[in-house]
Structure formats: structure tokens, C-alpha cells
Design a protein. Structure first.
Ligand SMILES: C[S@@+](CC[C@H](N)C(=O)[O-])C[C@H]1O[C@@H](n2cnc3c(N)ncnc32)[C@H](O)[C@@H]1O
Length: 228
């Protein structure tokens, strides 16, 4: 049984993305931070075979653009899992105001790899930048998820890789950073998370992001949980 929650323009599913994606039609952009290649085994579901998980997921996705975020120490050969139908476009650095340590290595920045079509060229958006603004590091388990990403970085990615009113998908939603960013920026959002405790966290963050944007509305936009 798959749990589905509608919060404003966000449709959120709790379950395995490989079971849920066949129920979802085409989207504009995927922005996601999948389980990464050197994820400590057991930290997250899927950490025993991250490349197989990503391949199994992307085989089921129909989207024009794909943006995948990994830490700078993640082996990029992981992206062999990206199907040929999305040509590689570019990388962008998501930096922090101070470098973090990853074991003995300095530099906890993340990288966004983008594939497929860029957004249409328009005034002020002809040159796609290689660096996001520097942000404060997100503390480990800052919001109860072991690898929650920076909301500011994800707002920047949503802004560069989708247009207002388009649909953004995150099949590995975690604590809902992509969904909160998409909601704030007026995108429709579809999110999937397999772990119920992170799913509940994502629902709350996306609801909060919607309320902040909807301060003038008197009625709450959240509808009750349903099951598929
Ligand atoms: C790297 S984390 C995403 C973190 C997220 N960007 C955030 O800011 O909180 C990847 C997430 O994918 C989830 N996951 C693992 N296997 C999955 C699957 N088969 N379907 C859906 N989600 C899955 C994990 O539980 C984890 O929360």
C-alpha cells in the first residue's frame, strides 16, 4: 500500500520510487540527491547498491531535464546509471562559506550534474552559472535526516533548472529539501520517499514552505492522506 499526501501543489508518496514512478506521467525536471556511491552501508535504504537503485529509478522517469546532486567525494562513475536519452550538460558547484572535512579531505562542497535540455534562453538567463552562492553548512542531522541538503542551494537549482508553474520531481526526497524549494518558488512538485520517518519530515517542511507563501490565504491547503 502506497501512502499519498497532497499539500497544495505538492504530491508526496511514501514508498519505493520504482513502484510509484510507473503511476506518474511526464514531468519537466528531476532534481534529486540520490543515495550516493560511498554511502555507509545501512545509513539509508538502498545503500547496498546505489548505482542499481539510481538506474532502476531513472529507467522509469520521463523528464526533459535531470539534475543530480552528490558530494564532491562521490565517484562520478556512478552516473553510468543515467540513460543515454539525457545527454550530459554541465556540472555546478554548490559551495559552503567554510570547507568541511570528509575524513582527512578538506572540502565538503556538493556538485550538481545536469543532463538533458537546458532551460530556454531568455534575458538574464543566457549564461548558466557554474557556482551557486556560498551558504552556511547544514549540520549533520540538522532536521532529523542524516544528509539533509542546503535549502538555499536547492532553491538556486530549482530556479535555474525549472520555470514557474513547471513540475519538479524528486524520487529520493529525504526530508523534502527539493519540495520546500519548489513550493517556495511556485513549482508543482512530486516527491517520493521510502522511509516513513523522513516522509513525515518532508510533509511538514513542504507544508511549512507553502504556509509561508500563502500567508494571505485563510484556508489551509493540505488535504487528508489517501492510499493508492
Ligand atoms: C541522500 S538522501 C536525500 C536527502 C534529501 N535531499 C534531503 O535534503 O533531505 C536519499 C533518500 O532516498 C531515500 N530512498 C532510498 N531508497 C529509496 C527508494 N527505493 N525509493 C524512494 N526513496 C528512497 C532514502 O531513505 C533517503 O532519505
Amino acid at each position: 500500500m502506497v501512502e499519498q499526501v497532497q499539500i497544495g501543489n505538492a504530491t508526496l508518496y511514501c514508498g519505493d520510487c520504482r513502484e510509484i514512478l510507473p503511476l506518474i506521467g511526464a514531468v519537466d525536471t528531476v532534481i534529486s540527491d540520490p543515495v550516493w556511491p560511498n554511502c555507509p552501508e545501512g545509513l539509508l535504504q538502498g545503500s547496498n547498491d546505489p548505482e542499481g537503485l539510481l538506474r532502476g529509478c531513472l529507467d522509469l522517469v520521463e523528464a526533459r531535464r535531470l539534475v543530480l546532486v552528490v558530494r564532491s567525494d562521490s565517484d562520478p562513475r556512478f552516473f553510468r546509471a543515467v540513460p543515454e536519452r539525457w545527454p550530459f550538460f554541465r556540472t555546478q558547484i554548490l559551495p559552503y562559506v567554510m570547507p568541511g572535512y570528509i575524513g582527512r579531505k578538506l572540502g565538503g562542497d556538493e556538485l550538481a550534474y545536469s543532463f538533458g535540455e537546458p532551460i530556454p534562453s531568455s534575458p538574464g538567463r543566457r549564461v548558466i552559472p557554474g557556482y551557486a552562492p556560498k551558504v552556511q553548512p547544514v549540520g549533520r542531522k540538522a532536521n532529523g535526516h542524516p544528509c539533509s541538503r542546503s535549502l538555499k542551494h536547492f532553491e538556486w537549482l530549482v530556479d535555474w533548472w525549472s520555470l514557474e508553474g513547471e513540475t519538479v520531481l524528486d524520487p529520493f526526497m529525504g526530508s523534502g529539501t527539493t519540495g520546500a524549494a519548489a513550493t517556495t518558488l511556485g513549482r508543482k512538485f512530486i516527491g517520493i520517499e521510502i522511509d516513513p520517518k523522513y516522509f513525515d519530515l518532508a510533509c511538514k517542511r513542504i507544508d511549512d514552505a507553502g504556509r509561508q507563501g500563502d500567508m494571505l490565504l485563510s484556508e489551509p491547503t493540505k488535504s487528508p492522506k489517501t492510499s493508492l
